[in-house]
Design a protein around this ligand. Structure first.
Ligand code: Z5A
Length: 211
């Protein structure tokens, strides 16, 4: 039997990486085999692309180039990691996926969302998550959390994180619009709550597809 595919989405600092790990541990306790991956990333090629798109280079990629880099990274992780794991009956929990392209490059950068969906179908060969958890946080909360993380670690942020206030507002609205358009696939969770409260809400949601 095919495994289940769960994706986490939302603005930066919403707690995706934290909740991906917590959910994977919880699922393993429920007896599931779980593969954790992330976007961009998850394969050697996709991690190289990740480093490229996050780099604060002097001549950053133009938006069309940025789109194609994210899509190229996705083509690789879908065919080398996600589809094989699902075919083995394992669960895949992925930190960001296609909705990030629609939100960041579509709503954020202004590329036509339908065009992005067509390109995305090409690279994923129609793979759609069974469940998408949108960790929703206002830009103020994202900023505070990321500033605290930068103050306490070697993390210095990245090129996309550094985009302006309006970009981040459009992005959040974009994610909420995407969720509204597909209420069966998406669950929106208020991620400004504590880590434990968010984890409990995530588990309650995943319980619905646990069998
Ligand atoms: N991108 C794109 O543009 N197009 C695409 O198609 C794709 C991606 C796939 C990937 O960066 C970048 O690529 C991203 C989107 C773009 N843009 N940016 N910037 P990334 O993977 O490095 O970054 P991220 O996905 O935005 O994740 P993040 O910044 O690491 O945030 P997070 O994973 O959501 O949160 P976290 O790391 O779990 O937590 C952040 C901090 O907050 C940390 O110190 C936690 O301890 C703390 N935290 C977490 N939850 C809580 C709660 N509930 N309360 C208090 N503090 C908390």
């Amino acid at each position: 039997m095919r495994g289940k595919f769960i994706t986490f989405e939302g603005p930066e600092g919403g707690g995706k990486s934290t909740q991906v790990q917590t959910l994977a541990e919880w699922l393993r306790k429920q007896g599931k085999k779980v593969v954790v991956t992330r976007e961009p990333g998850g394969t050697r090629m996709s991690e190289l692309i990740r480093a490229l798109v996050r780099d604060e280079m002097e001549d950053p990629p133009v938006t069309r180039c940025e789109v194609l880099l994210f899509l190229a990274a996705r083509a690789q992780v879908v065919s080398q990691v996600i589809r094989p794991a699902l075919a083995r009956g394992e669960w895949v929990v992925c930190d960001r996926f296609a909705d990030s392209t629609f939100a960041y490059q579509g709503y954020g950068r202004g590329i036509d969302v339908q065009l992005l969906k067509n390109f995305n179908d090409f690279v994923t060969e129609g793979l759609v998550p069974d469940l998408t958890i949108l960790l929703d946080v206002p830009p103020e909360v994202s900023r505070t959390r990321l500033a605290a993380r930068q103050a306490s670690t070697s993390d210095t942020g990245d090129r996309i994180e550094a985009a302006g206030e309006m970009f981040h507002r459009r992005l959040r609205e974009g994610f909420l619009d995407l969720a509204k358009a597909e209420p069966k696939r998406f669950t929106v969770i208020d991620a400004s709550k504590s880590i434990d409260k968010v984890a409990a809400a995530v588990q309650k949601t995943v319980q619905r597809i646990l069998s």
